[in-house]
Write a protein that binds this ligand. Structure first.
Ligand SMILES: Nc1ncnc2c1ncn2[C@@H]1O[C@H](COP(=O)(O)OP(=O)(O)O)[C@@H](O)[C@H]1O
Ligand SMILES: [Mg+2]
Length: 264
């Protein structure tokens, strides 16, 4: 297992045999049952799957927000479970940008100050932080909302502020949980193109959770999370289903069930 992580040291994300259960009053519920997942640097990889399949759980483990029960996780060449709490925080602050499914904006701060938060935590001086945050707000089309508080913004605008905050620290690895869920078609397309450019022009790595199969075309690769395992979908599978008449934009491009035996 160590060999596998070391062999793929140059990858952005290497996950092997990852298991995670949640303890509830009814007992322990397994969510991830042996996930293997590899993302190379500079790739834009999507993680899809039905609601409740564990997409947010897996993304949170990659983002060093949640711990796992078993397995290996290497992020940007660092063995996450071997890091101290301080080292994990440093990795999260300096190298990861996370777009949360429910935004997690701070209500008492303006949008500009919300976007400044990662820079403040990195110790950047307030003037530079505000300048950089303003340019990100401009990039997501919200420069005119800099002084507004989140409660005065629509869900789609909050989603774009959350995106600006995730990108403001210039992270190497960007993790986005359903970042287009609250956006209309035009803004959704803009955001997907932005993620694409971040990988092709700036060499960033993106792992994006979505259940919207209409945006799969923006991905280098798509993994399907089902029955606690991750299975990669191939482009051949996409074109096959498109060729068989499933061409309507609302139609699933493909669906692959987990065929991996894990003894469960
Ligand atoms: N903190 C938690 N405590 C207990 N169960 C949880 C917790 N977080 C998620 N779950 C359960 O784990 C499963 C996977 O959740 P999640 O990762 O949010 O799935 P997805 O993002 O694919 O919808 C769901 O059944 C969910 O109810
Ligand atoms: Mg989720």
């Amino acid at each position: 297992m160590i060999d596998y992580c070391m062999q793929n040291d140059g990858a952005a994300v290497v996950i092997e045999g990852l298991e995670k259960s949640y303890g509830t009053a009814a007992g322990s519920t397994p969510v991830l049952k042996g996930v293997d997942f590899l993302v190379r640097r500079g790739e834009c990889v999507y993680l899809a799957g039905p609601s409740g399949s564990g997409k947010t759980t897996l993304l949170s483990i990659i983002g060093c927000i949640l711990s796992a029960d078993h397995g290996r996780v290497s992020i940007l060449g660092q063995d996450v479970f071997a890091l101290s709490g301080k080292q994990r925080t440093a990795l999260r602050r300096n190298s990861l940008g996370f777009v949360f499914q429910r935004f997690h904006l701070i209500r008492g701060l303006t949008t500009l100050d919300n976007v400044c938060v990662p820079l403040t935590l990195q110790g950047i001086c307030p003037t530079s932080a505000r300048r950089r945050a303003m340019s990100l707000l401009d990039a997501v089309g919200l420069a005119d909302k800099a002084d507004k508080h989140p409660c005065n913004l629509s869900a789609g605008q909050c989603q774009r502020v959350a995106l600006a905050r995730a990108l403001v620290g210039d992270p190497e690895l960007i993790l986005a949980d359903e970042p287009t869920a609250s956006l209309d078609a035009a803004n959704g397309q803009d955001v997907m193109e932005l993620f694409r450019r971040l990988t092709t022009e700036e060499g960033k790595t993106v792992v994006l959770v979505t259940h919207d199969q209409r945006i799969f075309r923006f991905a280098d690769r798509v993994f399907w999370l089902e029955n606690g395992c991750a299975v990669e979908n191939s482009r051949e599978a996409q074109s096959k289903s498109q060729g068989s008449g499933e061409t309507g934009s609302e139609q699933p491009l493909y669906a692959v069930s987990c065929d991996k035996s894990n003894g469960e």
